[in-house]
Design a protein around this ligand. Structure first.
Ligand code: SF4
Length: 471
């Protein structure tokens, strides 16, 4: 028995670290199926119609990139061969929004994120068209955060002004690194720092409320010291937030040779080194990270006058918000919290799914679109709810679960409760259950004791690209 438990712990540690699944409830569910738009529309009509105050975000996906794919990037996109391809894609977005119009009629989205790919590849008239489509079909709450991702190599003042005119109030700049060598190894174009300064001046002048700069920690060719330099440069631009994503070799395009030469693999150690390199500097530069965690996929540093105003991304699960997300565009992920995950797969007849194929102008027809969905069964729903509460509120009331799901947790999870209590990793006091863990890796490991073997098996096999299909 003890041997079996140790084996499980080792296996769960592997899934947690190597597969990067720390919080199974965010990414995991069961029962995949291919369904028609009609089924999806019916679901959204129920969700958006039933409770107008429910928090639903809108995500618009522009899955095109210029020239070449960056080596670190795991998102699906097509290299744009002609500007006219984006006209075809806008037709597709138009048809999608038109189709779902009845489901969201009268609903006000809580926030919006336009991401990709590279949304600023749209030229100004295409951008004007996109905002026209959105203005005609979508409504937003008064305080909605509306984000536009910009790439310094393709954004112009005119495009920014168009976005501001529509009501975009948050700009997210994909800098990733200011280290020329790291960018070279990533096959990403180097943009002189003066261009970022000019861009931020224009953003300021146009009155955007919030500016974010994205950086990636741990890129091949970068060092913790150089990463600190990138952070200092990013902070000198004065953004409201700096988001640090953590590089992972898994699913990247770097060669095996680079991987072996890099001297550090993706993992807790590398992330910690890069986070440690910037943490004190961030504080002296007046950027605060209240939830410093080396195990997350990303960390957000907020300027001290901006703390608590960060609303998160459209597709991110936000504690306490019961956030659902309607994703529009090929590769976009939608989710109805605890009910279903939905991926727009475009042309469904392709034997082997490829973004590049699905995005070819001749395949872009909403009439052919099918969605890949993952439904949540009752057990997954209860498990997800239980673990999410454990994560957010640090403990769970046995009675509250009994009230909501009509199950007695101590019976329902008897085996996991016995094993973890025996290991001293779970505490049950009166009505409340909580984990006794030292860090997020342990959290990731012991939370997996609550999933059934088939679910764990699927976690072992899942690829990040399946989970992070859109940004
Ligand atoms: S990082 Fe951006 S530009 Fe580079 S491949 Fe990914 S989506 Fe394209």
């Amino acid at each position: 028995m003890a041997g079996e438990v140790s084996k499980k712990i080792a296996h769960f540690e592997f899934i947690t670290k190597e597969k990067n699944i720390y919080h199974p409830f965010v990414v995991f569910n069961n029962d995949a199926a291919i369904v028609s738009p009609e089924d999806i529309r019916r679901k959204w009509a129920i969700i958006a119609g039933r409770n107008r105050s429910r928090y639903i975000s809108l995500y618009i996906h522009i899955p095109y990139c210029r020239n070449k794919k960056c080596n670190y990037c795991m998102y699906g996109s097509r290299i744009m061969k002609a500007q006219s391809e984006l006209d075809c894609y806008l037709d597709y977005l138009n048809d999608t929004l038109e189709y779902f119009d009845t489901a969201f009629h009268g609903y006000e989205f809580a926030n919006m994120h336009i991401g990709g790919g590279t949304p600023t590849l749209l030229d100004n008239s295409q951008l004007t068209r996109l905002f026209g489509l959105l203005a005609g079909r979508c409504s937003f709450r008064n305080n909605a955060m509306q984000t536009f991702e910009v790439s310094p190599s393709s954004v112009t003042r005119r495009k920014l002004a168009t976005a501001r005119g529509f009501g975009i109030n948050r700009i997210s700049i994909g800098a990733q690194s200011f280290n020329r060598e790291a960018l070279k190894q990533a096959r990403r174009n180097y943009v002189p720092f003066e261009n970022f300064e000019k861009l931020c001046g224009e953003i300021d002048g146009l009155g955007f409320e919030t500016v974010n700069v994205d950086l990636i920690g741990g890129l091949p060719g970068d060092t913790p010291g150089e990463f600190r330099e990138s952070f200092i440069k990013a902070a000198s631009l004065g953004p409201s937030t700096i988001t640090i994503y953590f590089f992972r070799f898994e699913n990247s395009r770097y060669s095996k040779d680079v991987r072996s030469k890099a001297g550090y693999g993706w993992g807790e150690g590398a992330i910690r080194t890069f986070m440690d390199a910037v943490y004190d500097t961030a504080v002296t530069l007046d950027y605060v990270n209240e939830s410093y965690s080396t195990e997350r996929l990303y960390n957000v540093f907020a300027r001290s006058d901006y703390v608590n105003r960060f609303e998160g991304y459209a597709t991110r699960w936000e504690p306490g918000l019961s956030n659902s997300c309607f994703g529009v565009g090929i590769g976009a992920r939608s989710f109805i919290l605890d009910v279903v995950d939905i991926y727009d797969k475009g042309v469904h007849s392709l034997a082997r799914y490829s973004f590049d194929e699905a995005l070819k102008p001749e395949n872009l027809s909403f009439g052919n679109t099918r969605y890949l969905v993952h439904f949540f069964d009752n057990r997954t729903r209860i498990t997800n709810y239980f673990l999410r509460e454990m994560y957010v509120n640090k403990s769970v009331s046995i009675n509250s679960i009994k009230r909501i799901y009509k199950v007695d947790l101590t019976e329902y999870f008897r085996e996991a409760f016995d094993v973890l209590s025996g290991l001293g990793k779970l505490s049950i006091e009166n009505d409340r259950v909580s984990f006794v863990v030292k860090n997020e890796v342990e959290w990731g490991v012991y939370s997996k004791f609550f999933y059934d073997p088939e679910t764990i098996e699927r976690m072992t096999k899942s690829k990040p690209a399946e989970r992070y299909i859109s940004s």
